[in-house]
Design a protein around this ligand. Sequence first.
Ligand SMILES: [Zn+2]
Ligand SMILES: [Zn+2]
Length: 789
Amino acid sequence: MTAITIRIRGLVQGVGFRPFIWHLATELGITGSVRNDGEGVRIDAWGESETLERFRLLITAQPPPLARIDALEQMAGDMAARPDQFVIAASDCSTSIHATPVTPDAALCPACMAEIHTPSSRFFDYPFTSCTHCGPRLSIVRATPYDRANTSMAPFPMCASCQREYDDPANRRFHAQAHACPACGPSIWLEDASGRRSDTETATAILDRTAALLSQGLILAIKGTGGIQLAVDATNHAAVTRLRRLKQRYDKPFALMGRDIAAIACHASVTPAEAELLSSAAAPIVLLAPHPQQSKNTHRPLATAIAPGQSRLGFMLPNSPLHSLLMARLQHPIVLTSGNRSDEPQCIDNSDARDHLAGIADHFLLHNRDIVNRLDDSVVTFMAEAPRLLRRARGYAPSPLLLHHSFARCGHILAMGSEMKNTFCQLSGREAILSQHTGDLEHAATRHDYHHALELYRQLFAFNPACIAIDQHPDYLSGRIGTDMAGQERIPLLPIQHHHAHIAAVMAEHQLPLDSKPVLGIALDGLGFGSDGTLWGGEFLLADYCHYKRLACFQPVPMPGGTQAIREPWRNCFAHLHAAGWDDISRRFSDTDIIRFLHTRPLPVLHRMIEQGINTPASSSCGRLFDAVAAALAICRHQVSYEGQAAIELEHLARSAWSRHTPAYPYRLERHADTLQIIHWQPMWQALLNDLQQQLPVAEIAARFHRTLSHVITALAQQLCHSHATAIVVLCGGAFQNRLLLEAVTADLADKTPQLLIAGQTPLNDGGLALGQAAIAAATQWTKGAQHD
Ligand SMILES: [Zn+2]
Ligand SMILES: [Zn+2]
């Protein structure tokens, strides 16, 4: 007989871990107890030593689906205190650092799915069925500790049957805070655009009727897990087009929901890894390669208006019982897009939905459980042989990222994130909690959500920042809010360079230590504020967590009209051609379509603006270069209707002509002030315009442009790694969401650099910025502290 104590850290609370341990121990005849405490789960166990050894192996071999074990330690226990049974003990609050943390919302588990589709089950057709392995979490929590009273399940006291299951450690619903049934839980209803609803219908009848309305081509507002979404039949072209027009969302792709993997596979190819991701508890939108048009499938094709100009289709599986029950009644996939007008955040509230979606939705499928925290659908894509999160929200937040163990000594740091695609980050020791995607802070409603989430996360994780990190951009609202907070709380404020933060985010995710040697970071994106006061976005930085040095960059080119240049790609095209020698170029290539077009614009005004530096900030942005090339090829020449549109459509075009033999255009490297190399595009523009003049297909030109970029990146990466003796290359920034570019660069660099790091668990775009800000602040604070020791 032996006595041991096992401590487990990780995501082990609120995920059914204690009943799992209780089951295992009871089966093996082990006595003792399991309890939650401030550090995770503590098990005291008595048994034969081989049995205890098996017990320990089984814990790590098959933990509950939503659990994540980060560390397991075993110590000798107290032989004398041996009990005669195994019990789940009350939580030990005396050592509690924080109460049970909140885990991400999890998609319907197989056991609950079986119940809702089984007529004899008491959960048949019940849209709020959940258990410890699935169901809402972050979306319904108002405060800590995470128990029913602090969630939007509070108004629904459990009936006797539910309570019995909740209290029974042998039951899958033991301590499942959202547990409910048709007798005691929330309910759905269907109302029309004028608010008329029938209260006497059963859930079954309501679901049948909703499915019928969708099949007729109507637009339904559906209250889902993290927000209210708009749905239409994805195979009905008129319905999809009408939704676009009413929502004023003209080009940005729509996400789709398919009943199951087989239904999705009718429209897109699904690899085993993609199927696994679609079916995971996070149930994200996965970007998949569509089948070529006119394929021999017998199903009805998707409406062409779903994803114009895109190389991928965003598909997800039902993530809640409501979606599962609805999809089971439908023949075709549905469009499921955020319930809002244009770019506002999606509604979460019934009355907001009625106000904001009036004139868009024909009917509303609503329910009486509040969505407390807005959670957008997460988006993942497989690129360069790994899943890459592009938007981190439902199913992922607020699950902590585990940093290198050298971060264990760091205190609490709050990083405010970016302006667009905002997330914030709470770092404490090795754990970095990245908030759900909140969106673009220029919208008042998004800003409100940002404040709300900041407050909530602080309370949920008992977080008191000792330092606040912000972006250096003087106009970022996140920066201003952070500055005010630091002032009020009298704590240090650390402004951090945008691209340095991008690089540090990847270093942190890949668990590089706090005192890591410098890496070569290649950060390509739209715009970020540079240390010299200009806008950066095509950067090669030598960086560790504390410092960085700009080694090379794209040629800075003016953006005539500032933000107007971001919306109107032709402005960037003119600016680039101006920098490449407008007089000569416009003469030599006067017969090309782009030069003729530019002559219809107010060029003398633009000339003057550029020459006198009026509202024409200089920028080394990779995004603006993409805009310029797209405009030259008549893609989104006049304007874009969403961020990144020109680059996305250019990539799509390039893909059709891409081959191993696609040649690159020439470019020129110039040394500047001895230490900085600048990539000049003039030779590329000459060759590109020449190709246009020779009427080479534009797809071929788009492909050559992509090859040029991958050549520049690869050549500079090798050269700079060699001259600065670094072994690690980091690729980051939104421009690397371009699959063609990322895969061309990774293929070229694979055998030429010892180690290539790319973000996977955090977005490549500004959605990952906060993690980098937090890691830099942690390293800087720690270094300062170490110097004072
Ligand atoms: Zn379940
Ligand atoms: Zn009940």
